[in-house]
Design a protein around this ligand. Structure first.
Ligand code: PRX
Length: 651
């Protein structure tokens, strides 16, 4: 990451906020000075202003047990009450919380009053199943209102949810349920995707049955959605609609300490085992609500907000569930894929609900760009006034297309950098304040301190690539890795002591704006989703045909990166299958083991892998090969000829 980059800005374009937007914006320029002068008290003020505290806090930050922070520790609140009841009590019960759109075209609009009632019933259901504060509940669901209800019900009783994205395999689900010691799984029979039903309950059955029986899960709650045939285990399985109907609609939310764990969310790291990122309540909700309100300029009484993320990812936690609902927003959620039943489905939804704020990922934007602007042009997108991007760097070309075609050449775009670990947005423009630069995430959020360091911890000059760090604790920071304190310390805190190491490369331009340069570790970013090279390698090696495997993320026009694997077969297997057949089988194997999102785009069967004298695979060289580049420095290779052999097979 230490290559010199010239100090000019990669893109000289800059767009000032439209005057009317700037004049009405919630966040004005003074907020930066205020955050600077108030220090941690800035966050205390946000916490008091944005949330309801059953017991007000008197302590703001306790960093004495670093790197485990405590925020607002002597305060008590109920996260679900903050997202629901208080809006109803303050007279906003009839405001729509969720406009839900199913893929087949069915839809439901739930007011804050209706959503609150459902969550109260669901909280009573959880209690009747013996779930108590601190217990873990795994969710494996399509994007239907019940997923939001389930998360808020778990939060309401002080239990901890662990949402597992519906695209993960049975084995991934089991590993996560085991690691967290989940007592209950909430799922659906199936959900809609690409015009058909994909089964979820059968995957749960498989996850719980494998290895002679999962130990901790006692019940499975099943929402009826797909109508697909499923098996039923009496005494374990319960229909959601049946238990919800008989549950009481009364439930008074009890306060929990600010540091009560709220959720675990698994994400890929640099080893084969995903990390259970732990978030707690008061600080998390404060920063989720603050960033949602200020970065998306939410005028809750008039805006219609839509974030396209699934609740299986952190974006769905912070910017579908907790941030928007804490702020009393009206939002759209959509179950299906963007191109079903036609490629204009998203734009049709924006037109139907009059969406004003839209938040999505660069991969989606690039795939629409490829299809052509005629598709969005056929819909009325004139209600949009703000666009957002998240998950990976957005290339200036896609940024401009997003602004011109979707945003009618005038909407501000906020490119938001953050991570599962940070819990909420850390780097972004403020849309009424910042002059926007296509491709740059720009500046630290007010109250957040960012720096870019070299390998030895010294600051790098502007224009030079370095490592992104967060220099001060922040309210929504992770509180640990579930069950693995040592890994928590080692991964994020060992390199720079009390500074959080994000794993991303970045540089500043001469205006001080930040440009993200991608991961500096063995983590890939495929369509804005994080995958670990090690996890896919160990899945490949687990196949009886495979002797060795190396995985790299190769640059891809559409998905940012694509998974490319190089595999050596066992001597006894060589020649049994055609290379194409062997790679097809291995691609399917990875999809079954981890989930479809991890399926390698390409697998090359090779006779050797490039290794150093100490036996380390030189992934950098494989990346050169996969990207069709001239191969870099090979002087440390044991056997220089292997690369020629690999290269001949690949290109
Ligand atoms: O590499 C960064 C990239 O996504 C990583 C975090 O992935 P995850 O925890 O899955 O969360 C994704 C949604 C917040 C980061 O380490 N990333 C995320 N947002 C951006 C980004 N890279 C560049 N620009 C962004 N706006």
């Amino acid at each position: 990451m230490n290559e010199k980059i010239d100090t000019s800005m990669p893109d000289e374009r800059s767009f000032a906020p439209p005057a009317d937007f700037a004049a009405n914006a919630i966040a004005q320029a003074e907020i930066y000075d205020r955050a600077q002068s108030e220090g941690v008290e800035f966050w205390a003020n946000q916490a008091r202003e944005l949330l309801h505290w059953h017991t007000p806090f008197t302590e703001t930050l306790d960093w004495s047990d670093a790197p485990v922070a405590k925020w607002f520790a002597d305060g008590a609140l109920n996260v679900s009450y903050n997202c629901l009841d208080r809006h109803v009590e303050q007279g906003r019960g009839e405001r729509v919380a969720l406009h839900w759109e199913g893929e087949p075209g069915d839809s439901v609009s739930l007011t804050y009053a209706a959503l609150t009632e459902q969550v109260k019933r669901a909280a009573n259901v959880l209690l009747s199943l013996g779930i108590r504060a601190g217990d873990r509940v795994a969710l494996y669901m399509p994007l239907i209102p019940e997923a939001v209800v389930a998360m808020l019900a778990v939060a309401r009783i002080g239990a901890i949810h662990s949402v597992v994205f519906g695209g993960f395999s049975a084995e991934s689900l089991r590993n996560r349920a085991d690691d967290a010691g989940a007592k209950l799984v909430i799922t659906a029979d199936g959900g809609y995707r690409k015009g058909g039903v994909f089964a979820l309950k059968p995957v749960v059955d498989q996850a719980l049955a494998s290895d002679g029986g999962q130990k901790t899960v006692q019940n499975v709650l099943v929402v009826r959605r797909g109508g697909n045939d499923i098996e039923w285990i009496d005494n374990r399985d319960l229909w959601w609609h049946e238990v919800m109907e008989s549950a009481s609609p009364e439930h008074e939310a009890q306060p929990f300490p600010a540091e009560q764990p709220l959720f675990i969310l698994y994400t890929s790291g640099t080893t084969g085992k995903p990390k259970g990122i732990l978030h707690t309540s008061g600080g998390y909700l404060t920063q989720a609500a603050f960033t949602h309100k200020n970065i998306f300029d939410l005028h809750a009484e008039s805006d219609i907000y839509w974030c396209t993320a699934d609740v299986g990812w952190i974006t769905g936690h912070s910017y579908v569930v907790y941030g928007p609902l804490a702020n009393g927003a009206t939002q759209v959620i959509y179950e299906g894929t963007p191109d079903t039943p036609h490629p204009g489905r998203w734009w049709e939804i924006i037109q139907k609900y009059g969406v004003t704020i839209f938040y999505t990922a660069p991969t989606a934007i690039r795939s629409f760009m490829k299809l052509g602007s005629e598709i969005p042009d056929a819909f009325d997108l004139s209600t949009l006034r703000l666009l957002g991007s998240v998950g990976e760097p957005i290339n200036p070309e896609a940024w401009m297309w997003y602004r011109d075609v979707i945003g009618a050449g005038k909407t501000p775009i906020v490119d938001t950098w953050w991570q599962t670990e940070t819990g909420a947005i850390m780097i972004s423009a403020l849309p009424g304040v910042t002059s926007l630069k296509p491709g740059s995430a720009q500046v630290a959020v007010p109250g957040i301190s960012i720096d870019i360091l070299d390998d030895d911890g010294a600051g790098v000059p502007d224009g030079t690539g370095g490592l992104l760090v967060i220099t001060e604790p922040w309210p929504s920071m992770l509180r640990g890795i579930w069950g693995d304190d040592e890994r928590f310390r080692k991964t994020y805190w060992q390199k720079f002591g009390d500074k959080y190491f994000a794993g991303d490369g970045a540089k500043r331009d001469r205006d001080g704006d930040i440009w993200l340069l991608g991961r500096v570790d063995d983590v890939m970013n495929i369509s804005g989703h994080r995958l670990s090279t090690a996890e896919i390698e160990s899945s490949l090696v687990a196949h009886p045909m495979v002797a060795e495997a190396a995985v790299v993320g190769a640059a891809d026009e559409l998905t940012g990166q694509a998974v490319v694997a190089f595999v050596i077969l066992l001597a006894s297997e060589v020649g049994k299958l055609e290379a194409a057949e062997a790679s097809a089988e291995l691609r399917t194997h990875v999809a079954q083991q981890i989930g479809a999102i991890a399926r390698p785009a390409r697998i090359f069967i090779v006779p050797e892998l490039p290794k150093t004298r100490s036996g380390k695979i030189m992934r950098r060289l494989l990346q050169d090969v996969a990207e069709g580049r001239e191969i870099g420095d090979t002087t440390t290779l044991t056997d220089q000829s292997v690369l020629n052999i690999i290269n001949a097979q690949v290109n």
